[in-house]
Design a protein around this ligand. Structure first.
Ligand code: GLA
Length: 383
């Protein structure tokens, strides 16, 4: 049975009416890590791993939601929205966003199910918020833009899950386009689509299966370090509002008035913003070789300067660099501390390389990595 059929069937069984069906994809990020909350550039894309929602109004103030994956049903009224890190807290966060904006809102029945691995850096939580928000927007005819829905999802992460994330994940899930990445400017919140068309090369994610429990506090710490840097640099130059305002030619300025640690973190961000713009040029000219080299640079920056990597991630990227005939680029993806390593692998070498990785990874870490071949897809949509 397809995921869509399963979700719809469960909904009919529980609520005896025809639902609205919505697909909300997860995302990858080709390059541009930890730049979104610094008003920089990112290059994400929506993918063929998704959450499907069946949803319908229920003429009450109750939200009744059933997750197939967790086999859990939850009911909450509009007046009882709580923070937490369970899947339904994100839905509560989205409801709160509608409520705070004074939008039309009432109870819904909802069934959801998906195939985005959780904790793998593919933004299953962003898909959860984007898809649910899209549903509430449609059902109660609120006419909110996709950008506003992305903001509602981001706010849900901040206020209900306690992660002060940027807007990349929600934006990518909502604005994705088939076979394209988005070059998203996180200052203007506008994007250009760039077709991803590397000949004979596949995007493959290798899941380290590492889920760092402290990842959200470390993420907030990194963001705080960037903000500390900006506050210090502003003292000498009031026109600086974010790390985006500091170019590669001014790297030395970053040393002023901050600790060596804050300097190193800010420097990584400034370099990564620059790298992402250069990478966009290589993507446009299909120069996969140079693009891949920048991915490796990003990884070692994330590992050594930004300090958000782990032994498993470093192992996979190091191994990728040892097989340049098979792998053109690789780096840890998302917030950090494990999750997936995004690889650009020559199509003909994928099988051979995957076997090699599996063998070495199992021998070293005593656990099996997962492999996902990825296709780029349209953002949140009605089925
Ligand atoms: C997480 C956040 C994003 C972004 C990345 C790092 O995925 O949700 O906003 O900051 O980490 O690039």
């Amino acid at each position: 049975m397809s995921l869509e059929t399963e979700v719809r069937t469960q909904f009919l069984r529980r609520y005896h009416k025809e639902p609205l069906l919505i697909t909300a994809p997860g995302r990858i990020n080709l390059i541009g890590e930890h730049t979104d909350y610094n008003e920089g550039f990112v290059m994400p894309a929506a993918v063929d791993r998704e959450i499907i929602f069946a949803i319908g109004a229920n003429e009450s103030d109750q939200f009744n939601c059933y997750s197939i994956d967790y086999d859990t049903a939850i009911s909450f009224p509009l007046s009882e929205l709580k923070a937490g890190n369970q899947w339904f807290n994100y839905l509560m966060g989205v409801v709160a966003g509608f409520k705070h904006r004074g939008l039309n809102l009432n109870g819904v029945d909802c069934v959801l199910g998906g195939n985005i691995p959780t904790g793998a850096g593919m933004s299953s939580s962003a898909a959860l918020c984007s898809g649910f928000g899209f549903g509430l927007n449609k059902i109660f005819a609120n006419n909110q833009s996709r950008l506003e829905l992305a903001r509602i999802g981001q706010q849900a992460e901040h206020e209900f899950a306690g992660v002060r994330c940027g807007i990349m994940d929600q934006y990518a899930s909502l604005f994705g386009q088939k076979d394209s990445a988005l070059l998203l400017d996180c200052r203007s919140l506008t994007h250009a689509y760039v077709p991803v068309n590397f000949p004979d090369v596949q995007i493959v994610l290798i899941d380290t299966k590492v889920k760092h429990t402290l990842a959200s506090s470390a993420y907030n710490d990194r963001r705080a370090a960037c903000e500390e840097g900006v506050a210090a640099f502003r003292k000498t130059n009031a026109s600086i509002h974010s790390l985006r305002d500091i170019g590669m030619e001014n790297l030395e300025m970053l040393r002023q008035g901050v600790s060596p640690d804050v300097y190193t973190k800010c420097r990584f961000v400034v370099e990564e913003i620059d790298r992402t713009q250069r990478a966009a040029g290589f993507l446009k000219s299909n120069n996969v070789k140079e693009f891949g080299q920048l991915m490796f640079k990003t990884h070692w920056g994330l590992s050594q300067a930004y300090e958000v990597s782990c032994a498993e991630s470093d192992f996979l990227v190091k191994m990728a660099q040892e097989f340049p005939d098979d792998v053109l680029g690789a780096r840890q993806m998302g917030g950090g501390f494990g999750g997936c390593i995004i690889h650009l692998i020559r199509s003909e070498g994928i099988e051979k390389y995957s076997l090699k990785v599996k063998e070495k990874y199992v021998a070293t870490f005593k656990k099996e990595p997962d492999f996902y071949s990825i296709a780029l897809k349209e953002g949140v949509h009605l089925n």
